[in-house]
Design a protein around this ligand. Sequence first.
Ligand code: UD2
Length: 317
Amino acid sequence: MGKSTVLVTGGCGFIGSHIVETLVQKSYRVRILDNLSTGKLENIASISKQDIDLLIGDVADLSTVEEAMQGCEYVFHEAAIASVPKSVNDPIGTGKVNYGGTLNVLEAARKHSIRRVVFAGSAAVYGSEPTLPKQESMAANPITPYGVDKLGSELMGHFYARTLGVEFVCLRYFNVFGLRQDPSSPYSGAISIFCDRIRQGLAPVIYGDGLQSRDFVHVSDVVKANLIVLEHPQATGKSFNVGCGVATSLLDITNILNDLTGQNLQAIHQEPRPGDIRHSLADNTTLRTLGWSPQISIRQGLAELLQTSVANLKVKK
Ligand code: UD2
């Protein structure tokens, strides 16, 4: 595999750090741009410092992004403020990062003749329209500033690809889970919060009846999607759903966790979270045409999380 230099914005974050790890394993040279607002140095602690070049700075600042892109051939743009509620409370502040940051990445990519930008999009672009599974050709209708910024970013990326010659691919992530997902905010991924509670011997808290479902995709499958579209000739100018195509409810998650740990924790039900969508499910046919298929089931992914994060817990295989 190649020796190109790849910039990963948000490379100290949950998904970005997994991309960095894989790129290093594949002998790419990696530069990271991260402002450490939610990213952590410990996320890249296992990677040899010789293999990465870390620039601490903000994607919202164009000159910083231009500096980070010097000498790079490819960009994975993962940096964002990932909290939907934060975007609702502060559309301007989050927009500067989530939309403005992407615009900076695209403009810098044009100046530096970057070969391809791969962008971390989101299933949030679909909004709450109930038709399932979601296909990329369906109308996007985001209902939060976060979703609007993700959609604006991908549309702008496609403009740069079409008109300004910057190759661009958008991956619309569904509910990504796996090691290093931070459980510390109430709006962290449900799975990371559930595992953190189990570590403390506490039952999961479920907002609503627990029958709401999501398409949970393991971070290693998300990394594989990123690597496939990096150089694939048919990927540029397109948006791809990244989900397993399997609907899992929160009660299913609780049952699997109980089964894996031999416990019988009863979820604590609280009021449904305002604005929650009921179901989310990807049609991943388009990504499969490029040779991608999900490798890690929800059960395997949960077992890995429990084994790694919950000491002294017997986990069934
Ligand atoms: C996901 C993404 C979000 C955005 C959105 C688009 C994550 C972490 N967030 O939000 O960035 O792309 O999809 O639709 O992937 N829940 C509980 N108990 C908890 C935590 C959550 O019951 O302790 C529920 C929550 O009310 C929701 C479901 O679990 O019904 C999933 O919540 P989430 O925050 O993991 O992800 P989601 O789908 O709201």
